[in-house]
Design a protein around this ligand. Structure first.
Ligand SMILES: O=P(O)(O)OC[C@H]1O[C@](O)(CO)[C@@H](O)[C@@H]1O
Ligand SMILES: [Fe+2]
Length: 213
């Protein structure tokens, strides 16, 4: 029998990376086109500040997916586009009933959550905060601090990510903006459109066996 080997991965807090990872990817500002409210500020930032890396992920993925776990580290740079804090693309798991755990390592930020039928929640995350993302919640990380925001994450290996659900509803329902006094506030996204009852029911009926990951 060829068992999957146990491993350990060292979290490098300063670099915001995990050593001994099996994968690494970076997202640049241009990868986030269309996600921010202020498109003029986005374009100005791209042309003046350059297409810099805004977040990166080092992760370990098991050789087989079913029943196993993926874990890794996300490092988000600090910054704003206009008044809106830097964010990740955000997604629902392709197998929507799969949950996720985030564990704050450094910096400050939050998890912006949205249920299929449009309820919203915010979970603030600092170092040592564990954030539980329950099944079915769309989730996006936001760096609300002035330093890098680093979190460890772990989720079922067969979960996958569906990014279209956010695009199809005109973005997430809430945006996280500077409040003018050094903090953050949530504001409504005017472009947001509710998902139909049929779309919500389809997500709830989904069977993992029928989903292509
Ligand atoms: O995949 P997104 O929405 O760009 O966000 C990146 C973060 O989410 C993950 O996909 C984990 O759910 C990690 O890659 C990282 O923590
Ligand atoms: Fe996720």
């Amino acid at each position: 029998m060829k068992w999957v080997e146990p491993i350990s991965c060292q979290v490098d807090l300063q670099q915001g990376l995990m050593h001994n990872a099996s994968g690494h990817y970076q997202k640049r500002l241009s990868d986030l086109a269309g996600l921010y409210a202020d498109d003029a500020a986005f374009k100005a930032e791209l042309s003046h500040g350059g297409d810099r890396v805004v977040y990166e992920v080092t992760e370990w993925r098991p050789p087989a997916r079913s029943g196993d776990m993926i874990f890794g580290l996300t490092r988000m740079s600090p910054g704003k586009i206009g008044e809106e804090f830097y964010l990740t693309r955000g997604h629902i798991h392709a197998v929507a009933d799969r949950p996720e755990i985030y564990y704050g390592q450094r910096g400050e930020g939050l998890m912006l959550l949205e249920s299929p039928d449009g309820e919203t929640r915010i979970v603030e995350i600092n170092a040592q905060t564990v954030c539980y993302v329950p099944p079915y919640w769309i989730h996006r990380s936001v760096n609300t601090g002035s330093d890098e925001f680093v979190m460890l994450f772990s989720y079922p290996a067969d979960a996958g990510q569906d990014y279209d659900i956010i695009a199809h509803s005109g973005g997430m329902r809430r945006r996280i903006m500077a409040d003018g006094t050094g903090g953050w506030k949530q504001v409504d996204n005017a472009a947001w459109q509710a998902r139909s009852a049929q779309t919500v029911a389809k997500l709830l009926d989904q069977q993992s066996a029928g989903v292509t990951l």
